[in-house]
Design a binder for this molecule. Structure first.
Ligand code: 13P
Length: 337
C-alpha cells in the first residue's frame, strides 16, 4: 500500500488537542491561503465539507482537477485511492488526505498479487480497471476508467479483444450488458451500492409513483433494472437537475443529495434503502471518516501525506494518462455548485 506519512520531526497536533473554541472554518481558510492549497471533495463527503471545498466533483472531474490545479497543496477529501490519483498525476504537489484510514471496499477486494495472477491467467485480454483500486493495481492495468467514462473508453478498445474488468463486478456486468463485449469480471463490489434492496426499491416506487429512479452503476442488476437513469454521481446530479420531474429515488451514497437540495430545493430526493428498509446503508463509512477537524489538522501537520515510489507512480500514471487522453470528449465538469 502507498504510504501516508507523518513528516519526520513534525509534532503532530491531534484531534483531542484542538482548542474547542477555535473557529475551524476561519482556521481552514487561513491555512488554505497560507499554504496555497486547494480543497477537492467528492460528492460523497459530508455537506459541510462539500460547502468549504474549492471544487466538488465525481472521480473523473476530480482527477482532471488534480492534474490541472496550480495550487501547491491538494487536500483531497474523499478516500485514499483518490488522493493517490492526485499524487500520480501531480507529483510535484503535496497531497494531503484528512484520514489515512479512509479506504474503499473495492480497493480492498483486489490485492495486487491476486490481480497480477488474474492478468497472467488472461494474457490476451485488455485490463480495463476501475479507478477504485490501489496504485499498485493501476500500475498492472492497461487503462483506467471511472463510472463516467467507462463506456466511452470501452468503445475505443479493439472490438476483437476480450476485456478483463476489475474490481467492480456490477459496473463490469452493466458495461457487458450494454455493449455486448466479452468481459471477464473480478468478483469485487462496493459495500454501499451492494446493499440496496430491490424489494425496498419497489416499495418506494409504489409509495412515490411519480418519482424517477437514478442509480450508480456500482448497484446490482436488480436495482439498475428499475432505473430511469444510470450514471456517475455527477451524471445523476445533472439528470435530476435537468429533469422536469419533481421527485427522485437516489440509489447511490446519499451525501450527493446535499448538492441536489442546494440546486433544486423545490424537488424531493429520496435515498434508496437497504433490506431493513432504512437508508443507513447509503452512508459510506470510509468517506465519513473525514471531518473539518481532520482537514484543519492535515493542513497544520502537513499529514497524512500521500507518498509513493517514483517507479510505481510512473507505472500507475501510464493507464491513468490513457484514461485522461481517451476521455477528452466525455463531458467537461460544470463549476461546483
Ligand atoms: P463516481 O465518482 O465516478 O461517480 O464514482 C463514485 C465512487 O465510486 C466513489 O468511490
Amino acid at each position: 500500500m502507498v504510504d501516508t506519512v507523518i513528516l519526520p520531526g513534525a509534532e503532530a497536533l491531534t484531534e483531542q488537542a484542538i482548542d474547542p473554541t477555535l473557529d475551524l472554518h476561519a482556521e481552514i481558510e487561513r491555512l488554505r491561503r497560507e499554504r496555497k492549497a486547494v480543497i477537492l471533495a467528492h460528492y460523497y463527503q459530508d455537506g459541510e465539507i462539500q460547502d468549504l471545498a474549492d471544487f466538488v466533483g465525481d472521480s473523473l472531474d476530480l482527477s482532471r482537477k488534480a492534474a490541472a490545479t496550480d495550487a501547491e497543496v491538494i487536500v483531497f477529501c474523499g478516500v485514499r485511492f483518490m488522493g493517490e490519483v492526485a499524487k500520480i498525476v501531480s507529483p510535484q504537489k503535496t497531497v494531503l488526505i484528512p484520514d489515512a484510514e479512509a479506504g474503499c471496499s473495492l480497493e480492498d477486494s483486489c490485492r495486487p498479487e491476486a490481480f497480477k495472477a488474474f492478468r497472467d491467467q488472461h494474457p490476451d485480454h485488455i485490463a480495463l480497471t476501475y479507478i477504485n483500486c490501489s496504485a499498485e493495481v493501476k500500475a498492472l492495468s492497461d487503462v483506467i476508467v471511472t463510472s463516467s467514462n467507462a463506456e466511452a473508453i470501452l468503445a475505443q478498445m479493439p472490438a476483437d479483444k476480450p476485456i478483463l474488468f476489475a474490481p467492480d463486478r456490477h459496473l463490469g456486468s452493466y458495461l457487458a450488458r450494454k455493449t455486448g463485449r466479452d468481459m471477464t469480471l473480478w468478483p469485487g463490489s462496493c459495500i454501499i451500492h451492494e446493499q440496496f434492496s430491490e424489494r425496498e426499491l419497489i416499495k418506494l416506487k409504489t409509495q412515490h409513483p411519480k418519482a424517477l429512479v437514478a442509480a450508480h452503476p456500482e448497484c446490482p442488476e436488480g436495482i439498475l433494472a428499475h432505473a430511469d437513469h444510470v450514471g456517475s454521481t455527477r451524471s445523476i446530479l445533472d439528470f435530476v437537475l435537468a429533469s422536469p420531474a419533481d421527485s427522485f429515488i437516489i440509489a447511490t451514497e446519499q451525501h450527493i443529495i446535499h448538492q441536489m437540495q442546494k440546486a433544486a430545493p423545490h424537488k424531493t430526493f429520496i435515498p434508496a434503502a437497504g433490506a431493513d428498509g432504512s437508508c443507513d446503508c447509503a452512508r459510506c463509512p470510509f468517506m465519513a471518516k473525514n471531518t473539518l477537524e481532520k482537514i484543519y489538522l492535515a493542513l497544520k501537520n502537513d499529514a497524512p501525506r500521500i507518498e509513493m515510489p517514483e517507479a510505481l507512480r510512473q507505472d500507475a500514471l501510464k493507464p491513468l494518462q490513457r484514461m485522461l487522453d481517451l476521455s477528452v470528449n466525455v463531458n467537461v465538469s460544470k463549476p461546483s455548485l
